[in-house]
Design a protein around this ligand. Structure first.
Ligand code: ADP
Length: 200
């Protein structure tokens, strides 16, 4: 399966991603992690990305599209992948579409983890990462609303979006995610051309 996981900062995407990865058995492509590694290793991309990340802004599309392309070309992604934190802009979504179309690879679906903003701010206050300080957090929310929320409509129009209620226990939320994945699988099965050798 090839699944995109979208959600605002603090929605619980990290926790649910870990379970989702075990459940699906696919590699994790987390652009936040890829970028933090690049910063740590002082690569060209890391040096370019660092100031955007520290301010809660998005790293420019060309950098992120390049890094994700390199990762998706690796052999382990043949079975699928969980895209976590990518795409985050319409430009990234379009780049991903052309990447997939060019290789004849389908997208299974898009999970949107939905949590209202008051809850998000409370959760982030207790996390303590360097980009979690209040001013940066506010900027990340604004960036999410302005740049990433338009993607929801983009995928909705393509019939690929499943909105997940992110309020509840970890187990409750994961059950909702599993039902959405079942939906993705049913849609994929319905869309597959029937095999004439197997018809009665
Ligand atoms: P969060 O979801 O909590 O904002 P991430 O770990 O996904 O955190 O991302 C951390 C930072 O890395 C973002 O604030 C942004 O600067 C950068 N980043 C991650 N993914 C992308 C992306 N797809 N496009 C642009 N910037 C990104």
């Amino acid at each position: 399966m090839r699944v995109i996981f979208i959600g605002p900062p603090g929605a619980g995407k990290g926790t649910q991603s870990q379970r989702l990865l075990r459940y699906l058995g696919v590699p994790h492509i987390s652009t936040g992690e890829i970028l933090r590694d690049a910063v740590r290793m002082h690569t060209t991309e890391g040096l370019l990305a660092e100031k955007y990340m520290n301010e809660g802004h998005l790293v420019p599309d060309p950098i992120i599209i390049k890094l994700v392309g390199i990762r998706m070309d690796q052999a382990d992604c043949k079975v699928g992948c969980l895209l976590d934190g990518f795409p985050r802009t319409l430009g990234q979504a379009q780049a991903l579409d052309s990447y997939l179309q060019g290789r004849g690879i389908p997208l299974s679906g898009v999970l949107e983890l939905r949590v209202n903003e008051e809850v998000l701010i409370q959760r982030l206050a207790g996390r303590g990462r360097t980009d979690d300080e209040p001013a940066v957090t506010r900027q990340r929310f604004q960036t999410y609303r302005e740049r990433t929320e338009p993607l929801l409509e983009y995928y909705q129009e393509r019939g690929l979006l499943a909105a997940i209620n992110g309020i509840g226990t970890t187990d409750e939320v994961f059950e909702r995610i599993k039902s959405a994945l079942d939906g993705f699988q049913r849609r994929a099965a319905a869309a597959r051309p029937t095999d004439p050798t197997k018809s009665a």
